[in-house]
Design a protein around this ligand. Sequence first.
Ligand code: XIL
Length: 369
Amino acid sequence: MKNNYNKWFLFIMASVLLAKTSYAQNTPTLKQVFKNNFLIGAALNAAQISGKDTLAAPLIKTQFSAITPENIMKCEVIHPSWDKYNFDLADKIVAYGNQNNLPVNGHTLIWHSQLSPFVKQIQSKDSLLQFIKNHITTIASRYDGKIFSWDVVNEALEEDGSLRNSIFLEKLGPDYISEAFSIAAAAAPQTELYYNDYNIEQPKKRAGAIALIKNLQSKGIRINGVGIQGHWRSDNIPLKEIEESILAFSALGIKVMFTELDLTVLPNPWDVDAADVNQKAVYNEKMNPYAAGIPDSAQQKLTNGYESLFKLFYKYSDKINRITFWGVHDKQSWLNGWPIAGRTNYPLLFDRNGKPKPAYYKVIAVGKP
Ligand code: XIL
């Protein structure tokens, strides 16, 4: 009898091992299937570059071909006071990228959110201009030749396509964008320079982004690409607008990228879709319906959403240079905490155990039919 148990045990263990190896051997990874199409990036946090996030570690090295720091190059981390910079984590992600052959996209130089408190207190136009010069020159020159690209300006537009009413617009006027790109071009001649924003696939905001890019081009200021963030809803992806945007932006002669892709499956507290990190809503249980697990119907919507999106990306792979996911796995996605803290969201291709989800296999199948 005991012998029989042993046999069964061995048989089950062998099957599990076999199943595991055949997944690893037979399923190509994201970066492999799309290697002739576009880079597949992931935003990384501090725990991921240090290796503390053990779920993410093997995925980063096998699945992705580019990285973006999720927070650690933002002003509030890298430039805490007027003449103090904190390069610890930023240096680490740059070293990590270089060691692992993963081009780094610097995120981000000029953005109205996650500013250090000292910046918000700057009163005069001259001091704010001096801040922009110091900030960009110090950071961009340090990493020139070591990182691939910069999101030079992030989220400078309102939904109607006009310039966002930020501290920069208010104190410096609309020319601050040209200033930022010129300073970056001088400080980082070997680094590509991008404009990055959410909802710029939508017609009005897209027109604003096109005007912004054309304005730089008409002044002879270097801009190499545009990043469409891609924080969409899994059951309402604006495919038509995305397609129009790929065509319209690439017609400007610049690279087109999707830079912060994730698809929320949770209810939206507002009528409008946006990704403004300062907009927050209060928690209630109705807004967190999948705390115990994602039901099949929502999983299916996510799978379909990713499949149709990647079919579109694949169709235009000659115009798209990079698709970056905003995170590696569901457990660490910012969408568990935004726009409502304490929810359980499922927006990425890898689940809370780091396992590929049904959407992953559909995306792989698009690249390898
Ligand atoms: C988010 C990060 O993921 C969060 O960890 C942080 O608390 C807030 O910012 N648009 C951007 C990103 O350009 O920098 C934001 O990242 C998400 C929206």
